[in-house]
Design a protein around this ligand. Structure first.
Ligand code: FCB
Length: 437
């Protein structure tokens, strides 16, 4: 296992979470988000659960921050819930902002850098019923929300991301129907693919005008390999790569939308989208990469994008995700080539396992290997000249894994959902040791 001293002196080691997955959305005067309503609709979430209590972090945040400090981490990537801060998407809930104010002070008191994500998916339901990400108005609404949060926290956060994973916000949620709002509609998806970027830049520029800095965005990347060397499978993988890995990064860096994605999406983009592209390419201060896995694609008959995944041969996590650390190295180099000069952070990486507590311990050897191999891949990328500044583990705690419910356990700390007891896993102890000063 690499140690802190193997990395550059100011390299940031952190852990990440997201509001809806840990806080408990029923507490503190939060409004309903589209995740509450999506989860309340039968068939959407594997175990029928929701985030109303989750890890009860809303009440246990001090204990959770202690765990981060005691694990020798430098930074905590957390998100603010839009529906907590603005229950109807517009009006402020003072209790919500007070909570994040205390949380940020609690990080500083423990010597942790607060790394804020403004949107990790809890869209207020009142905005969702107005079309949410399919409605262009979302950009202005999101900028208002971002300004309100940063007016309160901006003097103390170290870094701020506008959006977490626009591919999930747009494609997974409006084309594949797997996340809230659960649509399967190419026109809604194309609109969301554009409006996420528009909202990002609208909020970023409003924040800059208010004097805030160190603003970035978190993108997810997943290797899309062809299932065979046939031309049709290779084309299917290339379409997937364009929709998932190229769309956002290339638009943000002024290269426009990639051709293999535009084949299908161009007719469905909002009118006048071209006029937004210069603003979408406004400079960003950093890019976050979330990376977990790769997938194999084969061509299918039928409607564009005419591809589907097939099960690959690599070792897999609890939820079937193939483990391939080289993918992280490859994407870090790809980001360097596409966005030269922009500092990069690994903002999420980790794996789900069906962890059990045994005699007060959780022996998660597979996760320890996963972490070791991915940190080594990140280190190789630094050696290859990538300006990588930090690495955040997903996740501090086992938590609500969206449409998969509470089954998958991604934490380096185990959570017993009946008692809310936290038990640091072997991976936490391994990292604590590697990161000691
Ligand atoms: C990412 C999400 C995060 C978590 C991990 C496993 O896509 O950002 O909230 O669900 O996957």
């Amino acid at each position: 296992m690499l140690k802190r001293s193997d990395f550059p002196a100011d390299f940031v080691f952190g852990v990440a979470t997201a509001a809806y997955q840990i806080e408990g959305s029923s507490f503190g005067g939060a409004g309903a988000s589209h995740w509450d309503t999506f989860a309340a609709t039968p068939g959407n979430v594997a175990d029928g659960t929701d985030g109303s209590v989750a890890c009860d972090h809303y009440h246990r945040w001090q204990e959770d921050l202690d765990l981060i400090r005691d694990g020798n981490f430098d930074a905590y990537r957390f998100s603010t819930s839009w529906a907590r801060v603005m229950p109807d998407g517009v009006m402020l809930n003072p209790e919500g902002l007070d909570f994040y104010d205390r949380l940020v002070d609690g990080m500083l008191a423990r010597g942790l850098d607060p790394v804020l994500t403004l949107y990790h998916w809890d869209l207020p339901s009142d905005l969702a019923v107005q079309g949410g990400w399919t409605n262009r108005d979302i950009a202005a609404r999101f900028a208002d929300y971002a300004r309100a949060v940063m007016a309160r926290l901006g003097d103390r956060v170290a870094m701020t991301a506008t959006l977490n994973e626009p591919w999930c916000i747009a494609w997974l949620s409006h084309f594949l129907g797997i996340h809230a709002p659960g649509l399967r509609d190419i026109r809604a998806a194309a609109h969301a693919m554009h409006h996420t970027l528009l909202a990002h830049t609208t909020a970023m520029q409003a924040l800059r005008a208010d004097g805030h800095g160190n603003l970035g965005i978190v993108l997810n990347f997943e290797t899309a390999h062809p299932a065979t060397r046939s031309a049709v499978d290779m084309a299917a993988a290339a379409r997937q790569d364009a929709i998932y890995n190229r769309w956002f990064l290339e638009a943000l860096t002024g290269a426009g939308y990639p051709a293999p994605a535009m084949e299908g999406l161009a007719p469905h983009l909002p009118m006048g989208w071209q006029d937004d592209m210069a603003a979408i390419a406004a400079p960003i201060d950093w890019i976050g990469i979330n990376h977990y896995t790769r997938a194999l694609y084969r061509a299918t008959a039928g409607a564009w994008p005419a591809g589907e995944t097939v099960t690959g041969p690599l070792p897999k996590t609890q939820i079937g995700w193939e483990i391939r650390p080289e993918g992280l190295y490859e994407f870090l180099l790809r980001i360097k080539a596409q966005a030269p000069g922009v500092p990069v952070y690994v903002t999420e990486n980790g794996m789900a396992w069906d962890d059990r507590v045994d005699g007060g311990r959780v022996d998660d050897r597979d996760r320890q290997d996963y972490i070791r191999d991915h940190m080594a891949a990140a280190h190789r990328a630094i050696d290859a000249g990538v300006d990588l500044r930090g690495f955040f583990q997903w996740s501090l705690l086992d938590n609500y894994e969206w449409s998969q419910g509470y089954g998958p356990r991604f934490g380096i700390v185990h959570v017993d959902y009946d008692t809310q007891k936290r038990t640091p896993k072997g991976s936490y102890l391994m990292l604590k040791d590697a990161l000691s000063r």
